[in-house]
Design a protein around this ligand. Structure first.
Ligand SMILES: Cc1cc2nc3c(=O)[nH]c(=O)nc-3n(C[C@H](O)[C@H](O)[C@H](O)COP(=O)(O)OP(=O)(O)OC[C@H]3O[C@@H](n4cnc5c(N)ncnc54)[C@H](O)[C@@H]3O)c2cc1C
Length: 530
């Protein structure tokens, strides 16, 4: 691995970096459209095999679904209940690998399923033992039945009427957008290219009508470029059909979109260190309450939506469902004014061929399709399996293109920031191996806290610009740190200070600074409940 100075060159002067990319006169081997979990996983796999790789993201890395998950690296207890053992096996292996390769971001989290009937006690005890067995050596810890008394001790506030006890099991818990940023850094360090705020607007084709590149627009300047790629991959999540339309207008819809919403509350609503898993709420959904940073994330919903949007909005009925349902399991019933942040994400689910399956029942497995013009598209999947999705896609490209097989290097690749023995209570844990250097820089400017509540320091802003390709106030407050998801009102207060520091560091004028504050303040309206 190269040192962080290599990253600095790539990220501080984005204009020069883009110019360098545009000046390249030979094709990249693999060109990936989309900088979420899926695209980053593919680009990292391709880079690990020595392919010249370029990833292009229209907004910020993980701006789409990949920053809006439940933050679980999981085998998927729900998929086991649906009998999808293959998916659970695959996800359990990937959970174990990710825990090994990014131990600074993925932690072993205990979950408790409270049980109220003898049947549920049997079902979940046996089911979760099976869950452990499926994961084999890569399981995180054993599942056990715990008594009623212990369940009540562990989850103060749990509904006690009819409570028989609980089943305690292990899954992984992580920080999704931080992992995405670390994956981009790993791509740079491995010699690959990845850039944000560049939108693909069209596909280029050769004389045989095979896709051999893309046309793009730099969102910051409006300048257009063409990039050539021997293989072009569409990894745009809920937007895959837009790219498929560019390839073949009139293509059949390949994706169903399902929205999921979470709310974030203070820890006093759920002071436990074990997460809570309710396998079946009143309307048959799964509900989680997961400790995250020093707050608790509660969700989610599963609402089919017609239109994909890069900034989806929580529906009133989703918010009331979570508040109502969570109220029966938390120490006190949360009110709208207690919600620190509400965020919505869109699941890109591979559309079933026929029949009217409910989105809850559509498989979360990924699917690769190759068009007549050799555009490679990947559908579905989940964060947990991003690495396997990357490996499968590059295997498929090699096969279709008749390239010699090269082994993927990602199953044991340490992700940027790799560090062991984390102190999860350290507010800067998520920087992993970067934390000591960041702290050293912070020591010189100890008084420059922007928010004590959110533990945001001026040095982090400069770090995010210099090493993590942060370009806007939102990039910093939503994805380089998780401030927007942890306390949206507080981010609205500090946005002007963040904008001023960024404007200076990025050499931008007053107009840019004012626009940033305005745009970010408007955005917070969606995350704050009135
Ligand atoms: C509510 C919810 C909870 C979830 N919880 C979990 C969980 O706990 N654990 C888990 O494993 N999985 C979870 N998932 C699933 C997981 O988050 C997704 O499968 C994953 O993030 C999808 O990643 P993606 O890269 O395919 O899509 P995205 O993250 O949406 O990335 C696609 C990217 O493509 C870019 N793009 C689109 N068009 C263009 C263009 N023209 N040019 C350039 N770029 C373009 C977009 O800007 C976007 O950034 C959850 C999903 C939801 C919705």
């Amino acid at each position: 691995m190269t040192k962080s100075s290599a990253i600095t060159q790539t990220t501080t002067d984005r204009a020069a970096y883009l110019k360098k990319l545009a000046a390249r006169d030979t094709a990249w081997d693999i060109l990936v459209i989309g900088g979420g979990a899926t695209g980053l996983g593919i680009a990292l796999d391709a880079t690990s095999r020595g392919y010249k790789t370029l990833l292009i993201e229209q907004a910020d890395f993980a701006k789409g679904t990949s920053s809006r998950s439940t933050k679980l690296v999981h085998g998927g207890v729900r998929y086991l209940a649906q009998g999808d053992v293959k998916l659970v096996r695959e996800a359990s292996i990937e959970r174990g690998l990710l825990h090994r390769n990014a131990p600074h971001l993925v932690k072993d989290q205990t979950f408790i399923v409270p049980v109220y009937t003898l049947w549920d006690r049997l079902k979940y005890t046996i089911g979760l033992k099976l869950y452990d067995r499926i994961a084999g050596k890569l399981r995180l810890g054993p599942s056990v039945f715990i008594s009623r008394k212990k369940t009540m001790e562990k989850i103060p506030g749990i509904k006690t009427k009819g409570l028989q006890g609980g089943v305690l099991y292990h899954d992984g818990q992580f920080d999704d957008s931080r992992l995405a940023i670390n994956l981009a850094q790993s791509i740079w360090e491995g010699g690959g290219d990845a850039i944000n705020y560049v939108k693909v607007t069209g596909l280029l084709k050769d004389e045989k009508k095979s896709v051999n590149g893309v046309t793009v627009t730099d969102i910051e300047t409006g300048i257009t470029y063409s990039f050539k790629g021997k293989a072009v991959v569409n990894a745009t999540g809920v937007f895959v059909d837009d790219i498929l339309q560019m390839d073949k207008p009139g293509s059949r819809k390949s994706i169903c979109v399902s929205q999921g919403v979470h709310i974030v509350l203070n820890k006093d609503f759920y002071p436990a260190s074990d997460a809570l898993m309710i396998p079946k709420t009143s309307d048959g959904r799964v509900l989680f309450a997961v400790p995250w940073h020093d707050k608790v994330v509660v969700g989610t919903t599963d609402t089919p939506v017609d239109e994909a949007s890069i900034e989806p909005k929580a529906l009133e009925k989703e918010i009331s469902f979570i508040l109502e349902t969570a109220g029966t399991y938390l120490t006190k019933k949360p009110q709208r004014s207690d919600v620190l942040s509400v965020f919505a994400g869109l699941r890109p689910l591979a559309a079933p061929k026929d029949g009217e399956l409910k989105t809850k029942e559509i498989s979360r497995s990924h699917k690769i399709i190759v068009s007549d013009s050799h555009l490679f598209t990947i559908l579905g999947g989940k964060w947990t399996t991003y690495r396997k999705m990357g490996e499968d896609m590059v295997d498929r490209i090699e096969k279709e293109k008749h390239w010699a097989y090269k082994a993927s290097g990602t199953s044991a690749l340490h992700i940027h920031g790799y560090a062991m023995n984390m102190d999860w209570n350290d507010p800067f844990y998520f920087y992993g191996s970067d934390a000591p250097l960041l702290r050293m820089q912070m020591n010189g400017t100890a008084h420059e806290w922007i928010s004590e509540e959110l533990k945001i320091h001026k040095t982090q802003i400069l770090w995010a610009i210099e090493h993590e390709m942060a370009r806007t106030v939102e990039d910093f407050l939503a994805r380089r740190t998780r401030a927007l998801l942890l306390n949206a009102r507080e981010t609205r207060r500090i946005a002007p200070q963040v904008a001023a520091i960024m404007a200076k560091a990025l050499n931008r004028g007053q107009q840019w600074e004012d626009d940033q504050v305005k745009t970010f303040t408007q955005l917070t309206e969606q995350y704050i409940l009135k």
